[in-house]
Design a protein around this ligand. Structure first.
Ligand SMILES: [Zn+2]
Ligand SMILES: [Zn+2]
Length: 444
């Protein structure tokens, strides 16, 4: 038997449970799952005992802030993709709100190259919708799509494309290259100075309210716009029960609308703000238990297509300050799978095949990573699938310690909280980026 293409040895994964099903062996060779079955071996190949581990296709994040270029004090492509690998990810989409903004072919190609150099996972840049995220004129969408980075998702994330005419034009423009516009739905006037979900908690704490309608009004408008021009809309970080209802309605019409939810919105509520700890300050804000229940139900029934982290690293000085002035955002790459395990699997809402679908298969389709001339993600772990996978140990619970994270930032809302499970290994095209829960330097 061949031991591979010469550059990398084959791997025999022994006794893993693909998608949580029956245990089997997997041989990874030449970047693909070369064989599956019982009692497999590979001459010269290394063996990984995966007894009791669940094998999932490598996770795909549609929403990551890698902060480079410009805010390397918060994160870099190298540290952010290392964090992604430790979380089980093999592909991430890097949001465009860098400094400079990723609004030209030059900037998106720079980020794409930094990702290739880092080697921990595939980095697909998201292009800005408007030049400089200024919301005034469209960025060079076609040039970014045609660039080496092959941008397919466009978003002004961090800001809402508030102008309905610009949003319509962007939706029309991306049709030419099968792109999608990902909207950060936040009506600006309804959220001026807003700090926390508008409701009982914001009133009690004296923090300016962020009403659900500020999100839902934009989601509804954009669903209607996407239908009007027959284009693809993706709704970022859905956070309210009302948004879930609107998206369910849009999908029932057959409109091309997809949506994501973050791990933190699946597990945490606005009651945590009672501590005034800005680690819980995030955009969109944490909502109520009723919203969390609706988001979980929406993810379970497929109304919400996928989980996306909105990993938003910030340095200490921007977070460890008063609530009012602290930055919005939470890290998430290194805890996402464990949070989904607790919020969706332990509750019986999703099985592991469902987790694979919502964290790998569907985001790969939305990000156009499902194989049309691109490196493949979201495969089924069958023979011939790309050898992008994560091995996850579902047993045990452990407290989250951000000091052990590869992310350059520490603003995890799960710090000190016990979560189930552990990412044991991650493979990118048959090469381990993570082994025994630790970064495998050889991959970089
Ligand atoms: Zn956002
Ligand atoms: Zn974001």
């Amino acid at each position: 038997m061949s031991s591979g293409n010469g550059a990398f040895p084959a791997w025999v994964i022994r006794g893993a449970r693909p998608l949580g099903g029956a245990a089997t062996d997997l041989v990874l060779r030449d970047g693909i799952v070369a064989e599956t079955g019982a009692g497999l071996s590979a001459d010269g190949g290394r063996v990984l005992d995966a007894d009791g581990l669940i094998a999932l296709p490598g996770l795909v994040d549609l929403h990551t802030h890698l902060r480079e270029p410009g805010r390397e004090d918060a994160e870099t492509v190298l540290t952010g993709t290392a964090a992604a690998a430790l979380g089980g990810y093999t592909a991430v989409h890097a949001m465009a709100n860098t400094e400079p903004v990723a609004d030209t072919a030059g900037v998106v190609e720079q980020i794409w190259r930094l990702g290739r150099r880092a080697g921990y996972c595939d980095v697909r840049p998201v292009g800005a919708v408007t030049a400089g995220l200024a919301g005034e004129r469209l960025a060079e969408l076609g040039a970014m799509a045609d660039s080496a980075a092959r941008v397919r998702i466009f978003s002004d994330d961090g800001r809402c494309v508030g102008d309905a005419v610009l949003m319509r034009r962007a939706l029309e423009y991306v049709k030419a290259f099968d792109g999608v516009v990902a909207q950060h739905a936040q009506e600006p006037r309804l959220t001026e100075d807003a700090q926390l979900n508008e409701g009982v908690m914001s009133a009690r704490l004296g923090l300016a309210g962020w009403p659900a309608v500020a999100e839902e009004a934009v989601v509804a408008r954009d669903c209607l716009l996407a239908a009007h021009v027959d284009s693809a809309l993706h709704v970022c970080h859905v956070s309210t029960a009302g948004s879930v209802e609107i998206i369910r309605w849009a999908k029932s019409k057959g409109w091309r609308v997809t949506a994501e939810v973050t791990p933190h919105h699946l597990l945490l509520t606005d009651e945590l703000a009672a501590s005034y700890d800005p680690v819980y300050k995030v955009n969109p804000p944490l909502r109520t238990a009723a919203d969390v229940a609706a988001l979980r139900a929406g993810l379970a029934d497929g109304t919400i297509d996928c989980v996306a982290t909105d990993h938003a690293p910030h340095p200490l000085e921007d977070k460890e300050t008063e609530w009012q002035v602290a930055a919005f955002g939470m890290t998430g790459l290194e805890t996402a799978l464990r949070v989904v395990h607790e919020a969706m699997v332990e509750t019986g809402l999703l099985d592991w095949a469902g987790v694979a679908d919502r964290m790998s298969v569907r985001p790969a389709v939305i990000g156009r990573l499902d194989g049309v001339g691109a490196p493949l993600h979201g495969g089924a772990l069958a023979q011939g699938s790309p050898a992008n996978l994560v091995l996850y140990d579902p047993s045990g619970r452990e407290a989250v310690d951000p000091r052990q994270h590869a992310s350059r930032s520490r603003n995890s809302p799960f710090a000190g909280r016990e979560l189930p499970g552990r990412v044991q290994a991650t493979f990118l095209r048959g090469v381990p980026t993570v082994l025994d829960g630790k970064l495998n330097g050889a991959a970089a």
